[in-house]
Design a protein around this ligand. Structure first.
Ligand SMILES: [Zn+2]
Length: 281
């Protein structure tokens, strides 16, 4: 009856050896709460296949979704933020940057890359919300400015993918200056008749909405994205009135004439490629 008697005492499998699904293999849809497998999500462009909710993703995923064979050349990859004001809130700004770099593997809240979309050249700058709330500091502004310079020099259309909580308060006025700088650069791009597409994703707010995100030759958005300047709570407290239903969603903003169209992420690449063909010919 050896099989019946426990010969060794207790559970001897160490925690590390226990068979468990590896971390990050399953995700939960924040909208319908259904479980989504990572490989399915990837195939479905990070859109929930139950309810079509567009999950918040970063530059890594957008580059993978848009560039042909996920091939691209990253530009200005080594720029990191200084701490011009020696800013300290709950911790020093320089520590916050170091922590964010460690946690996200990113250098700042944006990455810029050059590649092809259905065979056509495109320069993309894409924001990352995981890095200090996708806040726009001097590195974000400078990378956008340099991306535009690259587009100008090589006559390559520019796509900006915005995802931001607004200006980076730890850089105060230096952040605000990025609005003027990027807008001035976009004016040069416009003069040179190089196309600029602005894609607003969830969320696009604050100084980003008030500058480059709304300056596209076409401004497009993903379904359900929060788009606004100040948040709904601030507005409500200021005007002392209830806000209309669906206020600050991409659909509401489209209806009020601030967007050209809303594109499902699964159709995004084809739509952008069609636009590029249209303006190049
Ligand atoms: Zn869902």
């Amino acid at each position: 009856m050896a099989w019946f008697k426990r010969e060794k005492k207790g559970i001897i499998t160490s925690t590390e050896e226990k068979k468990e699904a590896p971390d990050g293999l399953w995700n939960k849809c924040p909208n319908c709460k259904k479980a989504l497998h990572q490989s399915e999500l990837q195939e479905n462009k990070y859109v929930c296949h139950y309810c079509s909710y567009h999950l918040r993703v970063g530059s890594k995923e957008y580059f993978e979704v848009l560039f042909d064979d996920s091939q691209f050349t990253e530009l200005f990859a080594d720029m990191i933020s200084g701490d011009p004001l020696n800013f300290v809130d709950s911790k020093p700004y320089s520590d916050r940057i170091q922590d964010s770099m460690r946690k996200t593997g990113l250098k700042d809240a944006i990455r810029a890359a050059h590649g092809k979309v259905e065979g056509q050249e495109l320069m993309i700058a894409c924001m990352d919300f995981n890095f200090i709330g996708g806040s726009m500091g001097s590195v974000v502004g400078e990378k956008i400015a340099r991306s535009i310079d690259y587009s100008l020099e090589h006559k390559v259309p520019f796509l900006m993918i915005s995802k931001s909580g607004g200006a980076r308060m730890m850089e105060a006025a230096f952040s605000l200056m990025q609005m003027a700088k990027t807008s001035a650069k976009l004016a040069l791009l416009s003069q040179a008749k190089v196309p600029y597409i602005s894609l607003l994703t969830d969320p696009t707010t604050g100084g980003v909405t008030a500058s480059y995100a709304m300056l596209g030759d076409i401004n497009i958005a993903e379904p359900g994205a929060l788009i606004g300047f100040a948040g709904p709570r601030v507005i409500k407290e200021t005007i002392k009135k209830d806000l209309p239903k669906g206020f600050q969603t991409a659909e509401f903003v489209l209806e009020h004439g601030f967007l050209d169209f809303i594109v499902d992420r699964r159709a995004m690449k084809a739509k952008i490629a069609a636009f590029l063909r249209m303006v190049q010919n």
